[in-house]
Design a protein around this ligand. Sequence first.
Ligand code: COA
Length: 159
Amino acid sequence: MNNIKVERLLVNYKTLEMFKRFKEYGNQELSMLEDLESNIIENDSESPFFGIYYGNALVARMSLYKVSAKYDQYFNPPQDYLELWKLEVLPDYQGRGYGSALVKFAKEFQLPIKTNPRINSQTFWEKMGFQKAKYNMERDLGENPLIWTPKGVAEQSVS
Ligand code: COA
């Protein structure tokens, strides 16, 4: 488990080809491909994705984006936080610690984290120390966000 290496993924044709193996392939990946094809972004630009390789194959990934404190509606005191999405481990590689290695990597930034879990992944997120944010209809609408806070950070109270 100790030799799992998490790395930032660069936008290039090889990475985008490997993304096709993930279930949650969608608009974000397609727009990265278009930007690359039309030279809006350079080959090997940094992406918001981090991943784990097994040999030459990308087997796990997540996206991380830092949201500015001025948009924070989750944490007290309001502060920069990380939005985590598209956490996914390819089926043959699940249950080997890759998912938890990615979450541990995200926590090491020592910023609060918010994510919208997929159905059925509740137990995994609980094991990672995430808890349900108190539901706020105006903010959450159809989402059921989960949050994790480093020491000294609380959840905002819902008015
Ligand atoms: N349900 C219950 N527990 C789970 C779980 C799940 N779906 N996935 C992982 N866990 C538990 C593991 O048993 C492990 O517990 P332990 O530390 O007590 O041994 C812990 O969470 C960490 O597991 P890990 O090996 O790091 O998980 P992973 O690499 O398989 O990553 C997911 C977890 C959910 C990100 C990954 O399995 C995935 O992408 N799944 C695809 C789709 C999905 O969300 N499925 C949900 C179940 S249908």
